[in-house]
Design a protein around this ligand. Structure first.
Ligand code: PMP
Length: 406
């Protein structure tokens, strides 16, 4: 299938904003949804709506098998070893909180937790909270002058035998890609539990959790063309078994009496309450979409789009780029010298261009870069050259306006 046909599957991308076609360059915040995802959720509510895992009737059995089939799809999508390793959550944030809470009994005062300096707050704040509960110490893993993770500094930090290492696979601000396989190997060698936040990688890279060799990998459905409200925590079975459930109640128990409760088996032990059924089914459709369309060609296309963005921006003398490398993934971060990032966002919005401006839930990274915030343009499988041209033309127009003497 050619690229135009892939793009045509995303109804929202045909919208206009005033006189301009909508130019959506905020996929890193949330991706647009193909028709098949919208249809799958619509179909569930029209044809299949029932609660799962309590099926004395056919409708419930059908909803249950639809949900459990998505668990199987996920096993093959990330090359997990077993379906019990796939825990449904409401998103990356919940996945990482569930993990940090679940590990509480395994950390003690003085344990070191190393966290990527470019981490999204979702992969930092839960570790800080874990540290507050246990007396552990959270330390940043430094970046080098190119805004990539500093491997030499990391190696020397590993000499202190950290208890846990939390990494981003892809930075949601800069788009820089960490070699998580190498980093996890080093961290495992030092005896650390390894956690990878894959929110920005899952839709753009081939994610194989066994090749990466981490203990846990977290991601959200909505960044991979699926709906909001669903996410995944993948973990090695032996590691997941160790986690104390953060949520307790229905679905996750084996027996309950007033004298005590026993918990059920994985994966349900970590999935208390009614799951986001329609969203899981929508995620299943997104996985099928990716299976059909995400391949070497689409990856090369995305890479080309990102490079056009980076090169177009680099040609403008007013622009300052942050951590832009040709092997980055999905996003480019920049500022217009002397201008506030929010003003740039507003001027682009007036021309139909949607980008994100602010601290991007990465305030420690902003502090390192000595910025109050920045602009970020990000792409998806549907981004085309017209998008990049519209963005660059709108930016030039904004620069002209800002340069006018009032
Ligand atoms: N980590 C990264 C790298 C992200 O980009 C995001 C979303 N911006 C999150 C975590 C949090 O994901 P969610 O809001 O879907 O829980």
């Amino acid at each position: 299938m050619n690229h135009a046909a892939i793009r045509a599957q995303f109804p929202l991308l045909t919208l206009c904003q005033g006189d301009y076609p909508l130019c959506y360059l905020d996929t890193a915040a949330t991706a647009q949804k193909p028709e098949c995802v919208i249809a799958a959720m619509d179909n569930y509510y029209r044809q299949q709506n029932a609660n799962v895992h309590r099926g004395s009737y056919q409708l419930s059995a059908s909803a249950t098998s639809a949900v459990e089939a998505v668990r199987d799809q996920l096993v093959s999508f990330i090359n997990a070893c077993a379906r019990q390793e796939i825990i449904f959550t409401h998103g990356t944030t919940e996945s990482l909180n569930l993990l940090a809470y679940g590990l509480t009994p395994h950390l003690t005062a003085g344990d070191v937790i190393l966290v990527d300096s470019a981490a999204h707050h979702a992969n930092l704040v839960p570790w800080q909270q874990l540290a507050l509960r246990t007396g552990a110490i959270v330390e940043p893993i430094a970046l080098d002058s190119q805004q990539r993770l500093n491997i030499e500094a990391f190696k020397s930090q590993l000499a202190r035998n950290p208890k846990l290492v939390a990494l981003s696979h892809v930075s949601n601000v800069l788009g820089t890609v960490n070699d998580v396989a190498q980093l996890c190997q080093l961290a495992k060698h030092a005896g650390a539990i390894t956690v990878v936040d894959g929110a920005q990688a899952i839709a753009h890279l081939n994610v194989d959790v066994q090749t990466i060799g981490c203990d846990f990998y977290a991601f959200s459905g909505h960044k991979m063309y699926g709906p909001t409200g669903v996410g995944v925590l993948w973990g090695k079975l032996s590691e997941l078994e160790q986690l104390t459930p953060m949520l307790t109640g229905g679905e996750m128990i084996k027996t309950v009496s007033f004298s005590g409760t026993t918990f059920g088996a994985l994966p349900h032990r970590l999935e208390a309450g009614t799951p986001p059924i329609a969203e899981i089914i929508g995620l299943g459709a997104a996985l099928e979409f990716l299976k059909q369309h995400a391949n070497n060609d689409s990856h090369a296309h995305e890479q080309h789009m990102l490079q056009l963005l980076q090169q177009g921006l680099a040609q403008l003398p007013e622009i300052e780029l942050y951590g832009a490398h040709s092997d980055n993934c999905g996003a480019v971060a920049f500022n217009v010298r002397g201008e506030h990032h929010q003003d740039i966002g507003a001027l682009l919005d007036q021309q139909g261009v949607a980008i994100r401006c602010g601290h991007h839930c990465a305030m420690p990274l902003m502090e390192l870069l000595q910025l109050s915030g920045c602009c970020r343009a990000s792409i998806g499988i549907y981004t085309n050259e017209q998008d990049i041209q519209q963005f660059l033309a709108a930016l030039k127009q904004a620069l002209e306006l800002l340069n006018e003497d009032f």
